[in-house]
Design a protein. Structure first.
Length: 116
């Protein structure tokens, strides 16, 4: 399984960006597909997650602003980011959690920069 993240860029505060994470290979079974982010000098934190059944979970800091969704036909997971804030600036990584047997897979990061 490989993950390819894209969609990052420079946006002004209040703007929107949509990140994509395209998975290739057989991703099943999996527990969840997730977006993490890592700001300079900080730990990598979970931003949003979506399970195979479509259940979603968000960090408190992005609730109401970010939406994670999955296109099962193309095995692509999206992160729609609205009302962006400068504190959303980070490298965003997608990840698939396939449990203890299959392990986790990380995509390369995509940089999101939000200017004030």
């Amino acid at each position: 399984v490989q993950l390819q993240a894209s969609g990052g860029g420079l946006e002004q505060a209040g703007g929107s960006l949509r990140l994509s994470c395209a998975a290739s290979g057989n991703i099943f079974p999996f527990n969840s597909i997730n977006w993490y982010r890592q700001a300079p000098g900080k730990l990598r934190d979970l931003v949003a997650a979506i399970t195979g059944s479509g259940r979603t979970n968000y960090a408190d800091s992005v609730k109401g602003r970010f939406t994670i969704s999955r296109d099962s036909a193309t095995n692509t997971v999206y992160l729609q980011m609205n009302s962006l804030k400068p504190e959303d600036t980070a490298v965003y990584y997608c990840n698939i959690d396939r449990g203890s047997f299959y392990g986790a897979v990380w995509g390369q990061g995509t940089l999101v920069t939000v200017s004030s």
